[in-house]
Design a protein around this ligand. Structure first.
Ligand code: FES
Length: 92
C-alpha cells in the first residue's frame, strides 16, 4: 500500500445504507437525497471537504446518520432543514 496525497481537509460520511429485511435503515429516511443536498451545499462552501455516502454506521434507529471527520462529530436524525446549520458545523 501507499499513502495517497489529498487536498481534502475533512471527510463527511452520510449513511445511505439500505435494508430489505424490515430493519430500520437510513435509506428509508431519505438519506440518498439528503446526501446529494449536503454534498452540493458543502462543495459550494468549501471544496476541500469531501462528502461521501457510507454504509451502515451502526446508529440505524436514529438515522439518517452523518459523521464529520476528523472532528468525530456524529449526528442523528439529520433532515434537509438542518443543512445550513450542518454546513456551518462542517466548515468551521
Ligand atoms: S443504516 Fe444508517 S446507521 Fe445503520
Amino acid at each position: 500500500m501507499y499513502q495517497i496525497d489529498t487536498n481534502f481537509r475533512k471527510l463527511v460520511l452520510v449513511c445511505t445504507n439500505e435494508r430489505h429485511d424490515g430493519r430500520e435503515c437510513c435509506a428509508d429516511k431519505g438519506s440518498a437525497e439528503l446526501h446529494q443536498k449536503i454534498k452540493f451545499a458543502v462543495a459550494a462552501a468549501d471544496p476541500k471537504i469531501r462528502v461521501s455516502k457510507s454504509g451502515c454506521l451502526d446508529r440505524c434507529s436514529t438515522g439518517p446518520t452523518v459523521v464529520i471527520m476528523p472532528d468525530n462529530i456524529w449526528l442523528g436524525r439529520v433532515q434537509e432543514q438542518d443543512i445550513p446549520e450542518l454546513v456551518k458545523l462542517i466548515t468551521s
